[in-house]
Design a protein around this ligand. Sequence first.
Ligand code: PLP
Length: 452
Amino acid sequence: MSAVDTLTETPLGGPTLPQERRLVTSIPGPRSQELIERKAAAVAAGVGHTAPVHAVAAGGGVIVDADGNSLIDLGSGIAVTTIGNAHPKVVEAVQAQVAQFTHTCFMIAPYDSYVSVAEALNRVTPGDHDKKSALFNSGAEAVENAVKIARKHTGKQAVVAFDHGYHGRTNLTMALTAKSMPYKSGFGPFASEVYRAPLSYPFRDGLSGADAAKRAISIIEKQVGADNLAAVIIEPIQGEGGFIVPADGFLPALVDWCRANDVVFIADEIQTGFARTGEMFASDVFGIVPDLITTAKGIAGGMPLAAVTGRAEIMDASHAGGLGGTYGGNPVACAAALAAIDVFENDGMIERARQIGALLKERLGALQAADPRVGDVRGHGAMIAAEFVDPATGEPDAALTAAVAKACIAQGVIVLTCGTYGNVIRFLPPLSIGDDLLHEGIDVVAAALAAA
Ligand SMILES: *Cc1c(COP(=O)(O)O)cnc(C)c1O
């Protein structure tokens, strides 16, 4: 009897799934292959996929496919299912809310859960000043709104983003995003009044945080001018750009400069937020207090929700009706977020992220010591990356990176790549994963690297 025959019904997700890597077919198996073919025929070609699987259940640290394979999940759907897929508290909250009401439009008839999420965000985000929040559907939408708010507050127009930055796929956020292929190429023209400054990238620029900040500020002053600048937006640790951790002192110097020049400092914490980095927010890692902070991804246990949170006097700059959207702060997503934030605050998530970070850094550090192709291992908490290089030149090795990632997926370990040069493998496991699966996942990465 084949594994397909034994899989008589879709397994339940959440922590009830057996926590194991189990390959009963090659990847993709026949049922996954069938879905991939239907996808190719029915779904726009621009919507890609990393792992050629037909997912039917997920939870803890695994994703199960329609062929009965169980894959180790080291990506969390891009840092979204941080508390674990189908977390029981989220499932319960969503089920209760969906039976109550699914939508009124918060701008038509407000409801408690939206206000409660705003109160929670105002409380858990960095800084003890008066804060307000507004809720949206996606990270890109939050970023767009943060820029709108900063412009209205300052009466200025220009926005500075950074090399390697990623802020989304809508028109303004494409302009803010650095990398052309695949995010921007052919999709212009882009929004105007967006400027780019150099980042602190210690592995490649060797600069101290202070010197990197001086370089960035000089370019901002010379090429834009504080008089024209509404906002500086930056990921405290870059996500898609390659998990680049700026040198100490870089971010605080930027915040100080913004504050002295009536420029709104926006921390895009869409990927780094909610315990991911071993702090509730990556801003806490660097001791900075942003004026505005954008959140999404991990905020609601997999339900679509995003937010802008920040200084009340800035958040209140917009006239009534200037912010919002039909679905923004949907009641089901808000119920999920309240459950997820409860888990983040009360179920040891920050501690778990730190443990995962220590384990990953130790294992990947050992790989680096043994193999000069692993040029750098960096990150905080459950947001760790390895950058692959040609040992002779230090040049990025995207081909090696792609080969390792592909081999891992074929062996039942879902890993994501990133980086401007495509030479970084990033590890974003759900915090619900066990140490044994993490070790097994890294074993598979190490074997893939050795074979590549
Ligand atoms: C994912 C991401 C976005 C965009 O979020 P979407 O929900 O995909 O629109 C913006 N900024 C950062 C840092 C991200 O990681």
